[in-house]
Design a protein around this ligand. Sequence first.
Ligand SMILES: CC(C)(COP(=O)(O)OP(=O)(O)OC[C@H]1O[C@@H](n2cnc3c(N)ncnc32)[C@H](O)[C@@H]1OP(=O)(O)O)[C@@H](O)C(=O)NCCC(=O)NCCS
Length: 240
Amino acid sequence: MSSKHASKIELIPWDHTSPEHVQRMYDQRVACGWRADEVPLWVEAAKKGGKIFYWALLSDVVPDREKLIEKHIEAYPKEATRLRDTAAEIRLVPRQPTNAEFIPIGHVAVDIHEPEEDMKLGLPPTGTVWIHQLYISRALHRGGFGAGTMSKIETLATQSPMNANIMALDTISKEMQTVPAFRDVLYGEGRIPVPSISNEDWYTGLGYNAFKREKDAFVSEPKQGVSVSIDLVYMKKAIV
Ligand SMILES: CC(C)(COP(=O)(O)OP(=O)(O)OC[C@H]1O[C@@H](n2cnc3c(N)ncnc32)[C@H](O)[C@@H]1OP(=O)(O)O)[C@@H](O)C(=O)NCCC(=O)NCCS
């Protein structure tokens, strides 16, 4: 079911061949606080028709749209320049870019995993689309833009060529975001603000259910010289 926030957001594909799009992705990942160093890997993945990103932008129906964009740019001055819709393909499928100018206020990635990987997690071999790297400008949180972005990407995933019926994701466990011992290492001290709601609770609010937990899934270095072993929760939702 489409979210009441869906109409607030439009999605435009990331152009991995555009230096401006690549730089903006890097700047938004730095602002997000996670995985900025992986942008070159995502360029390579996009070249092969793998994981693909979409920009989230405020749609015309959002009241005070221009003021909100100004608020975003005030908080993130590096993002003041407009990008152009130039992506000529999505997952190797050609598209006609509009060349329209826009300011993205966030982004989200989608990917299809190998059937064996999905089956190992108890998912069917086909029909699952994975969400990765959702980010909305911290200047604009609580406006329904994250939920709007998810709703739009879920709809897109149900359509050709992805034709998904399940949306899945993994995210840091609620415990790691709420227990002070973990939270203080991952957030604060000028790094990124502590989230006011855990990702797990936020996605639960959007209809996602946890179906697996994995301890010590990977090691992150949130601050120089500090390594933390991250616990993940896997969540999914039927989208048709
Ligand atoms: C997670 C994230 C995308 C949420 O974006 P957002 O635009 O602030 O969320 P929304 O305003 O769309 O929230 C949707 C719903 O969750 C609720 N919600 C959002 N933040 C909340 C909070 N702090 N406390 C309680 N409820 C909250 C909203 O009230 C809204 O409910 P409604 O539909 O009943 O109005 C955003 O916080 C973010 O980018 N965080 C940093 C990156 C990250 O952690 N990404 C997820 C990693 S997998």
